[in-house]
Write a protein that binds this ligand. Structure first.
Ligand code: 5GP
Ligand code: MN
Ligand code: MN
Length: 280
C-alpha cells in the first residue's frame, strides 16, 4: 500500500528550536529520562570484514599529532571529523595532507573543526596568528587537501554511500565555525539532505558523546532533533569533546565520538571502525 504523508508525519519531521537550547546541561537532565542512549562496544580492529561490506575507519581531533599515533586499522574509507591541526597554519595543513597521502584507504573524507582557523573567513580576520600570512597564503586552504575529499556543508557519494559533512558547532570562545545555539545552528542543519547514510559533523549532538570533564553537556539540541526527526542517518561521526570519546546508539542511529586526542591532547584513543553492507 502506498504511504500517504499525513499531517502527523510532517510535524514529526519538522524541527523547531527548543526553548531551552541555550542551557544544554539543564535540558539534557530533563530529556535523558525518556531518551535512549545505549553504550555500544565498537568492533575489534581484527574482526574480519563480512563479504559484500564496506569498512569505515573513523578518527577525529588528531591535532597535528599523527606522527605519534599507532598505525591505523585496515578499511576501505577513512573518515576524519575535524580538528586535524592546532591552529590551521598552512604548514600544519600540508603535513596533515602528506600523512593522508601515506594511508592506503580507497577513499578519505575530511571535514574541518574549530581549530582550522584558516578555513573560516571570520577567524582568518580575527585571530592574531593568522595575521603573519598574506591574504593569498590563506585563501582556499581546502585546496591543500589534495589527498582526500573535503566536505563543508556538502555531500559526497562513496561506493554508493551518501556521506554529508559540516564543521559547525555551538559557539565556545571565538574559534572557527562557531554559531550561537538555536536558529543559527538549525539553519546549518537544515541544509543536510534526507536520505544520507553517514553524517559527519565536528561537534556532538546533545546527549551522545558530549559530556565534558566538568559534567557539562556541550552537544547541540537542534542537531539531535535533526538527526532523530528528519535526517535519520545510520551513523553519525563527530569529535570535538575529546573526553566524550566512545560509541552510543539511540536504537536507530549509531553515534561515534571518534576523538583521537584525549583532553590533554595525547593521540591515544583508537580509531573506531564499522562495516556497512554494500548498496545493491
Ligand atoms: P577543542 O579545543 O579541541 O575544540 O576542544 C577541546 C576541549 O575543550 C574539549 O574536549 C572540551 O573539554 C572543551 N570544550 C570544547 N568545546 C566546548 C564547549 O562548547 N563547552 C564546554 N563546556 N567545553 C568545551
Ligand atoms: Mn579538538
Ligand atoms: Mn574542536
Amino acid at each position: 500500500m502506498a504511504h500517504t504523508e499525513t499531517k502527523a508525519d510532517i510535524s514529526d519531521s519538522h524541527v523547531t528550536v527548543h526553548p531551552l537550547t541555550d542551557k544544554p546541561t539543564k535540558l539534557w537532565s530533563k530529556l535523558k529520562v525518556k531518551s535512549t542512549v545505549n553504550k555500544v562496544t565498537p568492533l575489534s580492529h581484527d574482526a574480519p570484514k563480512p563479504e559484500g561490506h564496506t569498512r569505515f575507519v573513523c578518527v577525529s581531533d588528531t591535532h597535528s599529532q599523527t606522527h605519534k599515533m599507532d598505525p591505523l586499522p585496515d578499511g576501505d574509507v577513512l573518515i576524519h571529523a575535524g580538528d586535524f591541526t592546532q591552529q590551521g597554519l598552512p604548514k600544519e595543513v600540508e603535513e596533515f595532507n602528506d600523512w593522508l597521502g601515506t594511508l592506503p584507504y580507497k577513499h578519505k573524507i575530511v571535514i574541518a573543526g574549530n581549530h582550522e582557523l584558516s578555513f573560516d573567513p571570520v577567524t582568518i580576520k580575527s585571530w592574531e596568528c593568522m595575521q603573519r600570512y598574506d591574504e593569498s597564503e590563506l585563501k582556499d586552504m581546502y585546496l591543500k587537501l589534495t589527498n582526500c575529499t573535503y566536505l563543508e556543508d556538502s555531500e559526497t557519494n562513496v561506493l554508493g554511500f551518501r556521506i554529508y559533512g559540516s564543521p559547525w558547532q555551538p559557539e565556545f570562545f571565538d574559534w572557527s565555525f562557531n554559531l550561537p545555539r538555536g536558529q543559527p545552528m538549525l539553519d546549518v542543519w537544515n541544509k543536510i539532505p534526507e536520505g544520507i547514510d553517514i553524517l559527519i559533523t565536528h561537534g556532538p549532538p546533545l546527549g551522545h558523546g558530549d559530556k565534558t570533564m566538568s559534567e557539562q553537556r556541550a552537544g547541540c539540541m537542534e542537531l539531535l532533533n535533526t538527526i532523530q526527526k528528519r535526517v535519520k542517518p545510520r551513523y553519525h561521526i563527530f569529535g570535538h569533546i575529546h573526553e566524550g570519546y566512545g560509541v552510543t546508539s539511540d536504537g536507530y542511529t549509531t553515534y561515534i565520538n571518534a576523538s583521537t586526542c584525549t583532553l590533554r591532547y595525547r593521540p591515544i584513543n583508537k580509531p573506531v571502525i564499522f562495516d556497512l553492507p554494500n548498496p545493491s
